[in-house]
Ligand binder design. Structure first.
Ligand code: HEM
Length: 736
C-alpha cells in the first residue's frame, strides 16, 4: 500500500523510543527477518535446492510421474492445504494495530487497579477494529456496528475491553445472541445478503424485540458508516465495576473519544466504496500510522456509586441503555494512541483473541446479563477458533509472568520444569497469591433473589432512550436516519416486515414513522403509539465531536491535473497540504508524466482519473492552466469527480481557469464563485480567479473566517462536510 509521505518512523523512534514498550520486545522473540543471506529450508530446517520442481522421473524427452517420496513438495502442499482456520463467528472482518495507553489522572478514588491509578506507567496495547456481520473478505464500508476491541498488556495481566462504536446493544440477555446474529447474517436458505442488515430477517428480529429499538436507531444513524476507524468513539457497552483500596465498589462504563472527531461517510459514498475500495478502512488506518499521524483517543469512565444503583429510571445493568451524560458525566482520565502497524496479519490481527472475562485486580464484573453471557462465550469460541493453548500465542500472551498447573492440550508451547503439576504439592511450589501479593479477590457482593428465567422490572421499558436518541439528533442526522431506514426497509420484500416496522417507528416518533412509511410503502400511522417525551441528552449527536482542534492531518486531498496545469498553484497547494500532514494525491488524465504550462514543471500523478474515484478522497483541489482545464472539461470522468464530491458534501478548491470549470460542472446558481483575486467560499466551494505570488501560502492555523485561499479551503476540509449543501437541498440537484 502506498505511503505518500516520507516515513517519520526514525524521527519518532528518536523522540519516543521503541514504540509499544514491553510487548514489542516480547514479540521480537518470535519475529524473523527475511534476508538475501537466508536460504530456503523445510520447517524441519533442511536446506532445499529447488522450490520449483517436484521430484519426478524425468529425462530430456520425457517428463515421467512425480514421486510421493518428495518430502519438500509434500510439506509445501500439506502446509498450504491447512492454512485456513475458522473465521470469527462474528466480527470476522477486521484490522488492528499496536499502541500505548497513558493515564493522566489517577482514578484511585474508585479503583486500586494500577493501570488506572499509576500515571507514570505506559501500557502497551493492541486494538482490533471490525465489522460484525460480514465474513473475512467482506467490504469495510457496509452499514454495521464496528468492533473496537482493546487488549491492555498490563503488569498485572491482560485486560481486554471488547468494545463497539455504539454504546448500546440489541439485546439484554446473552441467551438471545445466537438469534440476533443469525437474523443479521445472510439468510439460511440462499446465504444472501453478505454483510448487510437490509433484509427481511434482520428487520423481522428487530420488530419482534422491542428491546432492540434503541440500538437499531444507532445502527441506522451515521455511526453505522464511519469515515474511518480513527474517527469513531468506542464504548465498553456493558457495565463493569471498579473497586478502590477501601473496598468500595462503583459501577463503571468505559468510553473512548477520538482526537480527530467523530465523522462518517455519506451513504452513497459507503455503497460505492464497498465496490471501489473494499479495504477502505483497513488502508486508512495503515496509511495514517505509516505516515506518522497516529490516531489518538481520550479514555473516559462514567462512574456510579454502588449505593446509587437504583436511583435511575432505567436499570444501569441493562446493555440496551446508555447512562445519559447529563446524569453521569464522562470523566476523561487517560489517552491511548496507535503507532505501529502489525508485521504480519495472520499471527497478529487474525490470531489476537479477546475475552470480556479478562480483567485485572481493581476491576470487576457486574450482574449485567449480557456481560455475564459474554464472559462465557469469548473463551469458548477461542477454543474452536484457535485451540486450548490460544493464550500462548505471541499476540495473546501477557507481558507479566504466567505460572500455573494448566498443562498439555494441542500445540502446547511452554515447557514448565518441575516434578509436580498440581496444588497443593509437598514443595509448596506455585502457591495461590494473597491480595497483598496482587492476587485477584472477588468483591463480596451480597446477592439474594429467586431462581427464574426473568429480568427485573426496569428492563421492560424499551422506548424512552430510543426517543432520547432521536430527539438529540441534528436535522442532518435525522435525515440520514430516515434515508437509512428507507433504504433498509426497501430491501425487505415481505410486506409484513416493513409494515410492522413502520408501526414500530411510531413508538419513537410519529413524524419519523410517517415519512418512512411513505418511502417504503407501509400504511402511514395516524397517531403515535406513545407520546414522545421530548427530552434530549448530550453526547449522542456526532456534531458534538468535531475533534479536539480543526485539522486536515491525515485527510486525502486530490489535486486534479492534465497537461498544461498551473505549476505555481499546483506546487503551492501540494506544499500546503503536506505541511498540514494531509496526503496530497495527484490525479491526472493519465499516470505518466504530465507537463505544466510553459514547461514550468512536471508531475507523475499517483493515479489517473479512471483508476481512482472521488469517494476515496476528502477534498479536491484543481489548479488552473488553460490547456489543463480544456482537457479536464472534455473528460466526463473529471466532471463526475467534481459533481460527486459536491454531492458528497466535500470541500472543493479551484483557482484560475479551474474556477469556471468547477462552476459549470456544479451548475447551480446558488453556488457563487470568485470573479477576481478575492477568495470566495460558497457552500464549501472555495475559489480564487486571479492568483498572485504568495496568495496560496500555507495555512498554519486553521481558523474560521481566515482570509487566505488555503485557510478557507482547509477550514472547510476540517469541518469534514459542508452540511449547508444538504440542508439547503443543493446536493440532490446535482447528478452523481
Ligand atoms: C455488548 C455487546 C457486545 C459487544 C460490544 C461485542 C463486541 C465484540 C467485538 C469487538 C468482537 C471482536 C473481537 C475481535 O476483534 O477479535 C466480538 C467478537 C465476538 N463476540 Fe461479541 N460483542 C457483544 C456481545 C456479544 C455477546 C452477547 C456474545 C455472546 C454471548 C458475543 C460473542 C462474540 C463472539 C463469539 C465473538 C468472536 C470472538 C473471536 O472469535 O475472537 N458478543 N464481540
Amino acid at each position: 500500500m502506498a505511503s505518500y509521505l516520507p516515513s517519520m518512523e526514525k524521527v519518532q523512534h528518536a523522540v519516543l523510543g521503541p514504540r509499544g514498550g514491553d510487548k514489542v520486545a516480547d514479540l521480537q522473540k518470535e519475529t524473523k527477518e527475511m534476508s538475501d543471506k537466508a536460504r530456503l529450508t523445510t520447517d524441519y530446517g533442511v536446506k532445499q535446492t529447488s522450490a520449483d520442481d517436484w521430484l519426478k522421473i524425468v529425462n530430456n524427452d520425457k517428463t515421467g510421474p512425480m514421486l510421493l517420496e518428495d518430502p519438500f513438495a509434500r510439506e509445501r502442499i500439506h502446509r498450504f492445504d491447512h492454512e485456513r482456520i475458522p473465521e470469527r463467528v462474528v466480527h470476522a472482518r477486521g484490522s488492528g494495530a499496536f499502541g500505548k495507553f497513558k493515564l493522566f489522572e489517577s482514578a484511585e478514588d474508585v479503583t486500586f487497579a494500577p493501570i488506572l491509578t499509576d500515571t507514570s506507567r505506559e501500557t502497551p496495547i493492541f486494538i482490533r477494529f471490525s465489522t460484525v456481520l460480514g465474513s473475512r473478505g467482506s467490504a469495510d464500508t457496509v452499514r454495521d456496528v464496528r468492533g473496537f476491541a482493546i487488549k491492555f498488556y498490563t503488569q498485572e495481566g491482560n485486560w481486554d475491553i471488547v468494545a463497539n462504536n455504539i454504546p448500546v446493544f440489541f439485546i439484554q440477555d446473552a441467551i438471545k445472541f445466537p438469534d440476533v446474529i443469525h437474523a443479521g447474517k445472510p439468510e439460511p436458505h440462499n446465504e444472501v445478503p453478505q454483510a448487510q442488515t437490509a433484509h427481511n430477517n434482520f428487520w423481522d428480529f428487530q420488530y419482534n424485540h422491542t428491546e432492540a429499538t434503541h440500538m437499531f436507531m444507532w445502527a441506522m444513524s451515521d455511526r453505522g458508516i464511519p469515515r474511518s476507524y480513527r474517527m469513531m468513539q468506542g464504548f465498553g457497552v456493558n457495565t463493569f465495576t471498579l473497586i478502590n483500596a477501601k473496598g468500595e465498589r462503583h459501577f463503571v462504563k468505559f468510553i473512548f473519544t477520538p482526537e480527530l472527531g467523530v465523522h462518517s461517510l455519506i451513504w452513497d459514498e459507503a455503497l460505492k466504496l464497498a465496490g471501489q475500495d473494499p479495504d477502505f478502512h483497513r488502508k486508512d488506518l495503515w496509511e495514517a500510522i505509516e505516515n506518522g499521524v497516529f490516531p489518538k483517543w481520550k479514555f473516559g469512565i462514567q462512574v456510579i456509586p454502588e449505593a446509587d444503583e437504583h436511583k435511575f429510571d432505567f436499570d444501569i445493568l441493562d446493555a440496551t441503555k446508555i447512562w445519559p451524560e447529563d446524569l453521569v458525566p464522562v470523566r476523561y482520565i487517560g489517552e491511548f494512541e496507535l503507532n505501529r502497524n502489525p508485521d504480519e496479519f495472520f499471527p497478529q490481527t487474525e490470531q489476537v483473541a479477546f475475552c470480556t472475562s479478562h480483567i485485572v485486580p481493581g476491576i470487576g464484573f457486574s450482574d449485567d446479563p449480557l456481560l455475564q453471557g459474554r464472559n462465557f462465550s469469548y473463551f469458548d469460541t477461542q477454543l474452536s477458533r484457535l485451540g486450548i493453548n490460544w493464550q500462548e500465542l505471541p499476540i495473546n500472551r501477557p507481558v507479566c509472568p504466567v505460572m500455573n498447573f494448566n498443562r498439555d492440550g494441542a500445540m502446547r508451547h511452554t515447557i514448565t520444569k518441575g516434578t509436580v503439576n498440581y496444588w497443593p504439592n509437598r514443595f509448596e511450589k506455585v502457591k495461590p497469591a494473597t491480595h497483598e501479593e496482587g492476587g485477584y479477590v472477588e468483591y463480596a457482593e451480597k446477592v439474594a433473589g429467586i431462581k427464574a428465567r426473568a429480568r427485573s422490572a426496569k428492563f421492560k421499558e424499551h422506548f424512552a432512550q430510543a426517543q432520547l436518541f432521536w430527539n438529540s439528533m441534528s436535522a442532518v442526522e435525522k435525515n440520514h436516519i430516515i434515508n437509512a431506514l428507507g433504504f433498509e426497509l426497501d430491501h425487505c420484500e415481505d410486506p409484513v416486515v416493513y409494515e410492522r416496522m413502520v408501526t414500530r417507528l411510531a413508538d419513537i416518533d410519529l413524524g419519523l414513522a410517517q415519512t418512512v412509511a411513505e418511502m417504503v410503502g407501509g400504511e402511514p400511522p395516524k397517531e403515535a403509539s406513545r407520546p414522545n417525551h421530548g427530552r434530549k441528552a448530550p453526547g449522542l449527536s456526532q456534531t458534538e465531536f468535531p475533534g479536539s482542534k480543526p485539522t486536515i492531518a491525515s485527510r486525502r486531498i486530490a489535486i486534479l491535473v492534465a497537461d498544461g496545469y498551473d505549476q505555481v498553484a499546483y506546487s503551492a497547494a501540494y506544499a500546503a497540504i503536506s505541511a498540514g500532514l494531509a496526503i496530497p494525491l495527484v490525479i491526472g488524465t493519465k499516470r505518466s508524466k504530465i507537463v505544466a504550462a510553459g514547461g514550468a514543471g512536471s508531475t507523475t500523478p499517483h493515479h489517473h482519473l479512471e483508476g481512482f474515484r472521488s469517494t476515496m478522497v476528502d477534498a479536491i483541489f484543481i489548479p488552473g492552466g488553460v490547456d489543463s482545464i480544456r482537457a479536464l472539461s472534455k473528460n466526463g470522468r473529471a466532471l463526475h469527480w467534481i459533481r460527486e464530491a459536491f454531492g458528497h458534501l466535500k470541500a472543493i478548491g479551484a483557482t484560475g481557469e479551474a474556477v469556471d470549470f468547477v462552476n459549470k460542472a456544479i451548475g447551480l446558481p446558488a453556488v457563487s464563485v470568485s470573479e477576481s483575486a478575492e477568495v470566495q467560499d460558497s457552500y464549501g466551494v472555495v475559489t480564487m480567479r486571479e492568483t498572485k505570488p504568495g496568495s496560496l501560502s500555507e495555512a498554519v492555523d486553521i481558523v474560521k473566517g481566515g482570509a487566505g485561499f488555503m485557510e478557507k479551503f482547509f477550514h472547510n476540509i476540517a469541518q469534514h462536510r459542508c452540511w449547508a449543501r444538504e440542508l439547503d437541498g443543493l446536493h440532490s440537484q446535482v447528478a452523481y
